[in-house]
Structures are given as structure tokens and as C-alpha cells.
Design a protein around this ligand. Structure first.
Ligand code: FAD
Length: 422
């Protein structure tokens, strides 16, 4: 029999970086760090493919995918090509072509079913040599000395790992914000989204002169309430993602039949009603509520929050995956320096640069809901140069401070709103 002293806990496995979650931010960070010779482990709670919301990408994220050497796999996967965004409100219709933008960089991207997309990124990172453990969940963290994660696998086996640094890429799981009490309320009001996938059958519909371009996301505004909006995201195989978003009191009783609720809202918007007149729901409707989130701090010298594990704003401009990948790129750059013994100030080197883009999106998200940005978007006589600058932001280039609508977003927006409303 062993005495109590003889029973010692196994030595935790050691890594340079442990990443919580294998969504886009986790896979991109893992790939970037692994390619620089760092010992990376990714701990993912679920098995892939798994459903995730967030299906319309922005061209800006293609630059990060390129850097992480994940872009070839994405280009070859047969996803729906995307070159812009279309907006529809009360008979007004306008399009933004992302290739006609102010900033330098990719001008096109894809619309993706996230189960397939996230698996592709994770599998491609794994082929590069990244280790991913599926079905393993991070349960707690100890930051007293070298960061240590307590993990449980799907059979209930518990073990610890130690890493010089932890990247939290757990998305809406928000693992470190919960465990380290970092959560603070978002500045944005609580909103809800009801969504599903449909077999759209739009090719069988008489569009009666409507434009419909599968290469663009279509954002529609409710005819009587500009605070309610819809997304229609075409996929490559005759299906679309469709959803309605609004404050809970505007969407009504969400305890009821979600499909009936979504169908009722679709029926209320004439163009969407026409477009989807032959559509069939092919997935149970989902409901997400109160998804906007914020934190006290995005990083210290022992951990950084990526993507949705940090701040999440709002889905209206499809910025989530782009912010997630941008955060993965920025954090990886800081981390490579720190692991090489160079000084890093995580506030000035990571949080502040990341917040340039997040705050730019915030300006336009808030102005979307108060109606100002909707007036800009639907303004019929837009100056082509200004339209290119706005287009850059809609394409995800919210960190490009050579764009005046990024560098001075609030002031420029005010000026343009006054012009549009004159
Ligand atoms: P995720 O993709 O959420 O990945 C996190 C991973 O962490 C998951 O796989 C999860 O299983 C894992 N995990 C969680 N907890 C643990 C744990 N304890 N241990 C181990 N692993 C764990 N973005 C867009 O770009 N375009 C859109 O069109 C868009 N539409 C949206 C619509 C709505 C209604 C909402 C709410 C969001 C939308 N978003 C959109 C945002 C988008 O969903 C997210 O920004 C994006 O998925 C964030 O990626 P991520 O890598 O941070 O996390």
C-alpha cells in the first residue's frame, strides 16, 4: 500500500501556449504560433463539425488567413463567394461592392456554414502540426505562478497542463472572463436573434424587378421599426442563413414557437417575403439573447482574451469573425516577442491596437441603431470617394487609420450625416 506521501499528482504537461477553443480565433492563433516553432496546445470542448452562428465573413479577415497559411484551404473549399453587402429598407435598396474600397487588401471573401468552416481551419492547422484535443473542457485556471489549466476530458478524466501563456479563444463560452471575474456589462442594450437555415428556392421566385445577388449578404430593415433588422446570407448550395434581430420587447414572446415568430417577421418585410416565398426551413430555429459582452481587461502578461471571449458588439456588420482573427494575429505578435524575452505591454501593444477596430465598429453599430448610419447607407447621391471609405469599414478594414472614417469615426460620421440629412 502507498502512504499518502507517496501519492503525488502527476507533473502537468508543459507548453509554451495553451489555447482555449478551436473556433476561428483559436485556430488562427495556433497556426501563427506553431509556425514560429512554439509548443502550442488547443483544448476544445466540443467535437467538430459543430454549429456556430457567424456565417458572413468580411474581406479583411482574408489577410489574416493568408498570414496563417490557411487561405488556400478556404479558397478551395467551395464556399459561397462574397463581394459585398446589400441593404434594403422600405423600398430603398443599395449595394456596397467591397472591391471598390479605400483600404488596401483583399476585397472579396466567403459566406460559410461555420460547422464546416471552423472544422476546415482546425484541420488545416492540425495538418500544419498543431495539437488539438477535442472533447476536453477547461474547468479552472491558476495564475499564481506559471499559468495552469485544470481540464476534464469527455470521459471525466481530469488533468492539468501548464503553459507560459493562455489564450482564451472560447467565444461565447467566455471561460476566463467567468473564471477570473472579468465580466462587465456591454454598453449596448440587450438584443435577441432568432435564426435558421433554409432551402431558399429563390431561383423559382418571380423577383418582379427586385435585385438579388447571391454574392452579397442582404441586410433588411423592418418596415415599421428601424430597430429590427434581418440577415439573409446565401450559401453555395441553394441554402441561406436567415435571422431577425431586435430588442426582446420588440420581438415579442420568445418562449413560443420560434419558427412561427421568424416566419411572421419575414412576412412583414415585403422584399424578404417575396424572396423567401418558396423557402423551406431545414434547421430548427435558434435563439440567442444578450450576446453583447464586455470585460474589465483584455490581457495581462499571463493571458489574453481573443474574439468573443473579449468584447462582442453586435452582428449587424458581420464583424465578429474578423475581430476574432485580428485579435488572434495581434496577440500572436505580442506573444512571440514575450516568449523571446522581449518586453511587451499588453495594454499598449495588444488591447489598444485591437480596440481601434472594435471602437470603429462600435461607432457605426450605435449609429445604425439610432438611424444615422442607415441614412448614410441609403443616401442616393453618395460621393464615390466617401462611399469607398464607408465601404472599407463594411469590408472589415476598421483598423486602417489612413481612412478618415476610422481615424475620426465619430466626427466624420457626424459630418456625413448632416450632409445626408440636409
Ligand atoms: P467561437 O467561434 O465561438 O469558438 C469558441 C470555441 O471555444 C467553441 O468551439 C467552443 O466549443 C470552445 N469552448 C467554449 N468553452 C470551452 C471550454 N470551457 N473549454 C474548451 N473549449 C471551449 N460574425 C461574423 O463574422 N459574421 C456574421 O455574420 C456574424 N453573425 C452573427 C450573428 C449573431 C446573432 C451573433 C450573436 C454573432 C454573429 N457573429 C458574426 C459573431 C461570431 O459568431 C463570433 O464573433 C465568432 O464566432 C467568434 O469566434 P471565436 O473564435 O472568438 O469563438
Amino acid at each position: 500500500m502507498q502512504s499518502a506521501q507517496q501519492v503525488s499528482a502527476p507533473t502537468p504537461q508543459q507548453f509554451d501556449v495553451a489555447i482555449i477553443g478551436a473556433g476561428p480565433s483559436g485556430s488562427v492563433a495556433a497556426s501563427l504560433l506553431h509556425q514560429q516553432g512554439k509548443r502550442v496546445i488547443v483544448i476544445e470542448k466540443q467535437h467538430f463539425p459543430r454549429f456556430s452562428i457567424g456565417e458572413s465573413l468580411l474581406p479583411c479577415c482574408m489577410n489574416v488567413l493568408e498570414k496563417a497559411k490557411l487561405i488556400d484551404a478556404v479558397n478551395q473549399a467551395g464556399f459561397q463567394f462574397k463581394n459585398g453587402a446589400a441593404f434594403n429598407s422600405q423600398g430603398r435598396y443599395t449595394e456596397f461592392d467591397f472591391t471598390d474600397k479605400f483600404s488596401v487588401g483583399h476585397g472579396t471573401t466567403f459566406q460559410v456554414e461555420r460547422g464546416q468552416f471552423d472544422k476546415l481551419l482546425a484541420d488545416t492547422a492540425a495538418k500544419q502540426g498543431v495539437k488539438i484535443r477535442y472533447g476536453h473542457s477547461v474547468e479552472s485556471i491558476d495564475l499564481t505562478e506559471t499559468p495552469r489549466l485544470a481540464i476534464t476530458d469527455e470521459h471525466g478524466l481530469a488533468y492539468d497542463i501548464e503553459a507560459e501563456f493562455i489564450l482564451d479563444a472560447s467565444g461565447f463560452g467566455r471561460v476566463l472572463p467567468r473564471l477570473l471575474d472579468l465580466e462587465i456589462p456591454s454598453s449596448l442594450p440587450t438584443r435577441s436573434a432568432v435564426f435558421t437555415h433554409i432551402e431558399d428556392n429563390i431561383d423559382q421566385v418571380d423577383l418582379e424587378g427586385f435585385n438579388f445577388d447571391r454574392d452579397k449578404i442582404l441586410i433588411s430593415v423592418h418596415p415599421e421599426n428601424k430597430d429590427i433588422w434581418y440577415w439573409l446570407i446565401p450559401f453555395s448550395h441553394g441554402r441561406c442563413s436567415v435571422g431577425v434581430v431586435g430588442e426582446p420587447h420588440l420581438l415579442g414572446d420568445l418562449d413560443g414557437d420560434l419558427q412561427a415568430i421568424l416566419q411572421r417577421f419575414i412576412n412583414e418585410e415585403p422584399r424578404l417575403n417575396q424572396l423567401l416565398s418558396k423557402a423551406k426551413f431545414v434547421r430548427e430555429c435558434g435563439l440567442l439573447q444578450g450576446y453583447s459582452a464586455n470585460v474589465k481587461t483584455l490581457a495581462t502578461d499571463k493571458f489574453a482574451l481573443l474574439g468573443n471571449a473579449g468584447e462582442f458588439l453586435d452582428p449587424v456588420f458581420s464583424s465578429g469573425v474578423t475581430i476574432a482573427m485580428q485579435s488572434a494575429d495581434l496577440a500572436s505578435q505580442c506573444l512571440l516577442k514575450q516568449l523571446d524575452g522581449q518586453p511587451v505591454d499588453w495594454q499598449t501593444d495588444y488591447a489598444q491596437p485591437l480596440m481601434i477596430g472594435v471602437d470603429t465598429f462600435r461607432t457605426y453599430v450605435e449609429a445604425w441603431y439610432d438611424g444615422r448610419f442607415q441614412d448614410v447607407i441609403f443616401f442616393p447621391d453618395a460621393d464615390p470617394k466617401i462611399k469607398q471609405m464607408i465601404c472599407s469599414i463594411l469590408a472589415g478594414y476598421a483598423w486602417d487609420e489612413t481612412n478618415p472614417f476610422v481615424a475620426e469615426s465619430e466626427r466624420r460620421l457626424k459630418m456625413i450625416v448632416e450632409l445626408c440629412r440636409a
